[in-house]
Design a binder for this molecule. Structure first.
Ligand code: ADP
Length: 633
């Protein structure tokens, strides 16, 4: 088995460059994974950490069942293919392919067998006697693939293997590598900056930017459901058109207004069930994305469309099977300058257009993408974070969509009208809300259930519910938010407690018995300073801090410790805190404590008051280096 698991992987180079941040991914056996992103985004660094050619700063890498952070590259059962082939010029093709096996002292017959088999797969049998310089780039890359294949690795790593080849050869080699993957039946991880390569080869693609994973998904999902503007713009050619505008809800419809043109387009509100309501007030600027193929100039399509905008045509590019028409939705725009009004339209028909002419273009509203202008995150998410519901509070009872919910003592609300936010993952089966499941959709391994309630939709992540089924649900009251206008009057209970601190070295004098005599001996011990208290540092934590941060920085770095409110107990000694509030959520109870000006929530069975001492469970602590923001444990 060659599944890989990357957990909280970071890379900080000695010069301080943070090349990879918090990379998390589970790779199944036999997948073809592609890391893609612009130059410098951390793709190669991640691949090189998997190969063992680069140390992992923090995090855990597992291949099969083994944590391999400290395993030598040669013992990781992987093979790597590089862009520059790295062949030995004085050796023949046969010798180049056989080289690694000879080093490993495999029997001669076995080496012959494997080399001939690999050469056969790659179609280079007739060149086995040649030297690399007598071969073309494509053939040399085949040799370097051959060298990887004969090792029969569990995982094949390929770092831009085709970038030295010309366009035609690249296309041919792309399908050969895909075929090779099917034939070898091993896990492939492939790095490229070329989105077409990624889209045509990967079973799943990891899109990276500035060291951060943006989205991990199938090519189809990346194309249809990009989670942010970066992914939307990176995947697909020509690049997605981006416009700016506003969204205004008017009863059952939402009006999309584009800046730079008078065009207004009405879309049924049902389309925006998953969108945060404050995007629909007409006050926020949003980015509207539409791909070139989702805009049509076909008069028949235009005549039937309810979403038509005027486009001033500037020029076109004939690409053989398709034509790209450049224009601008603003009559002041020139269609050349990349702007928020420039538009590119893809047409598979030959269209007769004169530069300067104004035409009607139909937008395919089912294909519209919408992003927050500032954060660039999609505001039409596949899994919405929350359900946004109008509600009314009266005497401690909340009414929404015809349902009533008695607020627990921890939540105080004056009578009035509010907006209730219930996280999609805060529902559980069983409870007072009776509703019908209309449809279910599996997204990224999770099942999103849509329910009909009071004439609208409610979304919940639940397993085992089927479309058409009638179910009863409840939700976790400590997870809800309540808004009055834009003011949050009820906030969810924090799910983590966070403490500041450091690792400290203390010298202690101990009395030890040696040959029947009591001797005083100096010993060095490690302590965790967590806020104002000292704890014996578990070896697991001190060792990890010292290896990751180096001896010097382990003791000078500011650390943040995080744990769940359920993993803190009250004791005679520990972090001193003042209880500020007792929070009774009915089935669960908590106290909110003040720890040196910070708020820390702790689960408790009974009411607690006054000055207390908190002891976090050191085995369950997450340890974060604060300055670089690296999760060390
Ligand atoms: P990509 O493969 O996506 O082009 P890399 O993983 O090569 O990106 O690089 C990610 C970042 O790390 C870049 O900013 C790069 O300059 C930096 N980097 C790469 N290798 C080193 C190194 N050996 N020392 C210092 N910085 C490096």
């Amino acid at each position: 088995m060659a599944n890989l698991s990357l957990k909280h992987i970071y890379k900080v180079y000695p010069n301080g460059v943070k090349a990879v941040s918090d990379f998390n991914m589970e790779i199944e056996d036999k997948e073809f994974i592609v890391f893609v992103g612009p130059s410098g985004c951390g793709k190669s660094t991640t691949l090189r950490m998997i190969a063992g050619l680069e140390d992992i700063t923090a995090g855990e890498l597992t291949i099969g069942d083994t944590v391999v952070n400290d395993v030598e590259p040669k013992d990781r059962d992987i093979a790597m293919v590089f862009q520059n082939y790295a062949l030995y010029p004085h050796m023949t093709v046969f010798e180049n392919i056989a080289f690694g096996l000879r080093l490993r002292k495999l029997p001669k017959e076995e080496i012959n067998k494997r080399v001939l088999e690999a050469a056969e797969i790659l179609g280079i049998t007739e060149y086995l006697g040649r030297k690399p310089k007598e071969m073309s780039g494509g053939q040399r890359q085949r040799v370097s693939l051959g060298r990887a294949i004969v090792r029969e690795p569990k995982v094949m790593l390929l770092d831009e293997p085709l970038s030295n080849l010309d366009a035609k050869l690249r296309t041919a080699m792309r399908s050969e590598i895909s075929k090779l993957h099917k034939r070898l039946n091993t896990t492939f991880i492939y790095v490229t900056h070329d989105q077409i390569e990624a889209m045509t080869m990967g079973t799943r693609i990891v899109v990276m930017k500035e060291g951060f994973v943006q989205q991990i998904d199938t090519p189809k999902n990346l194309y249809h459901y990009p989670i942010n503007k970066f992914v939307a713009g990176f995947i697909g050619t020509p690049q997605m058109n981006f416009f700016e505008g506003t969204l205004t809800r008017k009863g059952d419809v939402v009006e999309i207004a584009f800046f730079g043109t008078d065009a207004r387009i009405s879309v049924p509100y049902t389309y925006f069930y998953k969108t945060r309501p404050d995007y629909l007030t007409g006050e926020k600027t949003v980015t509207i994305g539409l791909r070139a193929e989702d805009i049509s100039l076909d008069p028949e399509v235009v005549s039937k469309s309810a979403a038509v905008v005027k486009v001033k045509v500037s020029h076109k590019e004939e690409l053989g099977n398709e034509t790209l028409i450049y224009g601008d939705i603003s009559m002041e725009g020139d269609g050349f300058t990349e702007s928020n009004t420039r538009v590119i339209i893809k047409s598979y028909e030959d269209v007769a257009l004169t530069p300067g002419e104004t035409v009607n273009a139909a937008l395919d509203l089912d294909k519209v993408h919408l992003f927050d202008k500032e954060t660039e995150v999609s505001i039409l998410p596949r899994i919405p974070e929350f359900n946004y519901l109008d509600c009314e509070a009266r005497g401690g009872v909340l009414t929404f969509l015809g349902q009533t919910f008695r607020l627990p003592p921890a939540i105080h609300l004056d009578d009035g009208n509010y907006q209730l936010l219930i996280p999609t993952d805060a529902f559980r089966l069983g409870g007072d809300i009776g509703l019908a499941c209309v449809e279910t959709e599996v997204v990224g391994g999770k099942t999103l259930c849509s329910f009909e309630l009071g004439g609208r939709r409610l979304f919940a992540l639940l397993e085992g519910v089927h479309a058409g089924e009638q179910v009863r649900l409840s939700f976790d009251p400590k997870r809800i938010s309540v808004l009055r206008g834009t003011e949050e009057v009820v906030s969810p209970l924090p799910s983590v407690a966070s403490f500041d601190g450091m690792l400290k070295k203390v010298r202690e004098v101990r009395e030890v018995e040696k040959k029947g005599k009591i001797k005083r001996k100096k010993v060095v011990e490690f302590r965790l300073a967590i806020e104002n208290a000292l704890f014996n540092a578990p070896e697991k934590i001190s060792d990890k801090l010292i290896t990751v941060l180096s001896v010097h920085r382990a003791f000078t770095s500011k650390l943040r410790f995080e744990c769940s409110p359920y993993d803190i107990t009250f004791a005679q000694e520990g972090v001193s805190a003042t209880v500020e509030e007792f929070l009774d959520y009915g089935t669960e109870r908590f106290v909110r404590c003040n720890v040196g000006g910070k708020s820390v929530v702790v689960a408790t069975a009974e009411p607690v008051e006054g000055e207390v001492h908190l002891v976090p469970d050191l085995d369950k602590l997450a340890v974060i280096q604060s300055d670089l923001d690296i999760r060390i444990i």
